[in-house]
Design a protein around this ligand. Structure first.
Ligand SMILES: Nc1ncnc2c1ncn2[C@@H]1O[C@H](COP(=O)(O)OP(=O)(O)OP(=O)(O)O)[C@@H](O)[C@H]1O
Length: 470
């Protein structure tokens, strides 16, 4: 980062909203990181958020700290900001100018500019975090809105938190991005701890597990690693698809899995796909994943999206009229994280302009987002996306070939064309190699009927829809 960018500090870019985004981020990091690490590296950071929320610059006191924060925390911070905001956030690190340091680094001694701890000491979070459960206490069953989309998963999670180690072990929760899998997992841990405070619970992202395996390997500390993982009462492990192609990690996870199940500890996992859909994970592990209860979380339906918006606005001490919530929910359909992003924009917009929340204000606040949503999805795009997904040629979308491996993706593409575009049945037929409109109608009916029955097909359609809606 060049010196030139220091002047950003002086410019007054959407400070309140930016501050609240950054505030939410550091509150989350405070929950997840060992206190000493948090106080030393995160608390002293000064953040500058651009007014469209897409760029965050973090100012760090000196070159050493800058390198350290970049290496150790920048990825994590960027992921968290993206989670909080609902869209990718570009993160930059810069050296803080002197006047900003004087103004903003008036933090406790641990954050003293001169007092730089040894990296080796601080890098070792495996020991200091050994009994930190990494749970976010805000993510509970109470704050999770229930609807048809998550009813099964929620009921199973509730059951596990009440009677761990018994039914549904492991509990495998899968679904698309931002649908509340992580939230549900934390809720299980928080409820168990509320009921039985002495329980040993750990929430961990699969990537962190990978990194723990690597550290244990490098430092030859597998005994400590095993002590740590094999002694838990409840292991919550997020996004296990990240184990793909990591043989050593898979082996260690397999061992932990067997040890935990043998002592009737509970394991809850999440992933973006059902176990058999996981790529590059050993079969013995996949079959273990599937040996308890596997349950999907679907994208929330309209009424659930409305309830989520109203609840979340209330949690921010704001009232969102129902008609505004309907307007937003109809336009933001893909996942809850996006809904949260939309809500944050509306609240910030209303606060800055000191205006009541109305449909007009929401339309204004979400201008960019709505224009992206309204971007036309073309039949050609659907054909290409579906062909890529099922690994067939785009040309097969208009060919006369009939083997099931081709005919079925073609029917799925026809169904999506009817769902996601304004085209009529004859127009769609025309674009699929001049087929009759009754062929299209048959495909649409068949796929929409099967979608109700077949969870796997439903899941594939969600992935395709999310990809197409961008
Ligand atoms: N039913 C719900 N009620 C209230 N909040 C929800 C609900 N579902 C999701 N959320 C919120 O939406 C955000 C995204 O959820 P979460 O991080 O749990 O998604 P995820 O499925 O784990 O996604 P990813 O796979 O991308 O990590 C969180 O802030 C979460 O609290």
């Amino acid at each position: 980062m060049s010196e030139g960018q220091h002047k950003i500090v002086a410019t007054n870019l959407a400070l309140s909203a930016g501050e609240s985004l950054w505030q939410a981020c550091i509150e989350q990091l405070a929950q997840e990181l060992p206190e000493q690490q948090f106080n030393t590296w995160i608390k002293p950071l000064l953040a500058q958020v651009s007014d469209d929320f897409t760029r965050v610059t973090l100012f760090v006191a000196n070159r050493f700290k800058l390198d350290w924060v970049r290496a150790q925390y920048s990825h994590r911070i960027a992921v968290m900001l993206e989670k909080l905001y609902g869209q990718p956030v570009h993160l930059e690190l810069a050296l803080a100018p002197r006047e900003a340091q004087a103004r903003s680094y008036a933090t406790p001694a641990s954050a003293d500019m001169g007092a730089v701890a040894e990296p080796a000491e601080l890098a070792d979070d495996s020991a200091s975090a050994a009994f930190k459960n990494r749970l976010n206490t805000a993510l509970t069953f109470d704050t999770l809105v229930e609807g048809t989309a998550n009813r099964m998963a929620r009921a199973a999670a509730m059951h596990v938190s009440g009677m761990p180690g018994q039914l549904y072990n492991p509990l495998f929760i899968y679904g698309g991005v931002g649908l509340g899998k992580t939230h549900l997992m934390h809720a299980v841990g928080n409820k168990l701890l509320a009921d039985k405070p002495g329980s040993k619970v750990l929430y961990i992202h699969a990537e962190q597990f990978v990194s723990d395996v690597v550290k244990a390997y490098q430092r030859k500390t597998f005994d400590e690693f095993k002590d740590r993982y094999h002694s838990l009462d409840l292991l919550l492990i997020d996004d296990v698809q990240f184990f793909a192609n990591k043989d050593r990690t898979q082996e260690e996870f397999f061992n932990a899995f067997e040890a935990l199940l043998a002592k009737k500890s509970h394991i809850v996992m999440t992933s973006d796909t059902y176990p058999k859909g996981l790529a590059d994970i050993h079969e013995r592990l996949v079959s273990r994943f599937d040996s308890g209860l596997t349950v999907a979380i679907e994208p929330p339906e309209l009424e659930m999206r409305v309830a989520i918006l109203i609840n979340k606005a209330r949690a921010e001490s704001a009232e969102m009229p129902e008609e505004v919530a309907f307007f937003v929910a109809k336009n933001v359909r893909s996942n809850v994280r996006e809904l949260e992003g939309a809500l944050r924009k509306i609240l910030a917009y209303s606060r800055f302009n000191q205006k009541e929340i109305s449909i007009m204000l929401a339309r204004e606040a979400l201008r960019d987002l709505l224009s992206i949503q309204n971007r036309q999805i073309s039949v050609e795009n659907i054909q290409k996306t579906v062909a890529d997904y099922y690994k067939i040629k785009v040309a097969d979308m208009y060919s006369k070939k009939r083997p099931a491996s081709i005919a079925r993706p073609r029917q799925i593409a026809m169904y999506l064309a009817k769902e996601l575009t304004q085209k009529s049945l004859p127009e769609i037929g025309e674009l699929f190699g001049g087929r009759d409109h009754t062929t299209v109608l048959h495909a649409v009916r068949k796929i929409s009927g099967e979608r109700q029955q077949l969870t796997e097909l439903n899941q594939q359609l969600h992935v395709l829809e999310q990809t197409l809606k961008g």
